[in-house]
Design a protein around this ligand. Structure first.
Ligand SMILES: C[S@@+](CC[C@H](N)C(=O)[O-])C[C@H]1O[C@@H](n2cnc3c(N)ncnc32)[C@H](O)[C@@H]1O
Length: 305
């Protein structure tokens, strides 16, 4: 599962070719079995959630990160024609980018890419197999795809008790706080495509058949929701909040609930200096010595002692 220890250097990735190794391994299994069917379902689910190999060839003209004159014109046009037509433009399909989580299909339910989704898969499978107690949580879910995957994986590995916590503002990133120097210059609060409503995320769970009473939504800023959340123990904590403050809020509120042997996964450790700083400071403050492992060019994780 470990692909390398994080260094200042870029992580060398094992190429995920179009003939994905996990499919190749499956083909080597002898007769069709429940195990094979389960693994194939989960592999297919990952690809569906990230549209890998099925990337959209068009994107809505309104799919723009930040408002600008151009997007305002697009929106005007979209409103004028929107009842019967949608304005789209051709996009260059880049399958490698969606596998690596460096840009996803505009209709994908997760942007994390196959390496990081595989890491999440391994984590959920491991905590079930090793009976590490605790629920699973993603803080920072966007459209919810990684959390949908956790719910499906719990089912696939026969777990019938753990809850899936889905924590987000459901309105995008907060503006950087004035007192937090590490977040200065990282203002993504206007990124409209990062603001996904809780109804849309619920609809995504429903779309894949996983909106059930094991899934719990925590709506609001992490600093307001996570401390008070009625979570007893955590086996997989996935932090994907990008910013220093968001990452620190997640770790401060939830780290003590992670069971020994549990996973702490940080999506943005390699690529986002504010996130990395929060993790490094938190680990230093709490004297955490377990090595932090690189998942890919940005994701990282460690297991609690
Ligand atoms: C990069 S996206 C998450 C991607 C997602 N994990 C996936 O599978 O595609 C970051 C998310 O974090 C949320 N977020 C960031 N900081 C937050 C905070 N302080 N409180 C609540 N939500 C926050 C944003 O609303 C956004 O949905």
């Amino acid at each position: 599962m470990t692909q390398g220890v994080f260094t200042e250097q870029a992580v060398e990735l094992v190429p995920l070719s179009s003939d994905n190794p996990s499919f190749a391994q499956l083909a080597e299994m002898e007769a069709p079995s429940t195990d094979q069917a389960r693994e194939r379902y989960l592999e297919l689910l990952k690809r569906c959630l990230m549209r890998i190999g099925m990337e959209a060839r068009f994107e809505p003209l309104t799919y723009q990160r930040t408002p600008s004159v151009r997007t305002s014109v697009y929106r005007l046009l979209a409103n004028a024609f929107g009842r019967r037509y949608e304005l789209v433009r051709r996009r260059k399909v880049n399958r490698q980018a969606s596998m690596e989580g460096r840009g996803c299909s505009p209709d994908a339910e997760s942007m994390i890419g196959l390496y990081r989704m595989n890491n999440l898969h391994d984590a959920v499978k491991t905590v079930v197999r090793e009976e590490i107690p605790g629920d699973v949580i993603e803080a920072g879910v966007w459209r919810g795809g990684a959390a949908v995957f956790m719910r499906a994986a719990l089912w696939a590995y026969g777990d019938d008790t753990r809850k899936v916590w889905v924590a987000d503002s459901f309105e995008g990133l907060p503006p950087p706080s004035a007192g937090i120097a590490a977040d200065a210059g990282y203002d993504l609060s206007g990124a409209v495509d990062l603001a996904v409503s809780v109804e849309e995320v619920m609809a995504n769970f429903r779309k894949y058949g996983w909106l059930d009473d094991r899934v719990h939504f925590l709506k609001g800023w992490f600093k307001d929701t996570l401390h008070a959340a009625p979570i007893e123990a955590i086996s997989v904590l996935r932090a994907d909040g990008d910013l220093y403050e968001s990452t620190m809020d997640i770790l401060t509120a939830l780290y003590d609930k992670v069971s020994p042997g549990g996973f702490i996964i940080v999506d943005d450790y390699g690529a986002w200096p504010p996130c990395r700083k929060a993790v490094d400071e938190f680990r230093a403050m709490r004297k955490i010595t377990q090595p932090i492992h690189a998942v890919d060019w940005t994701g990282a994780y460690w297991r609690k002692a």
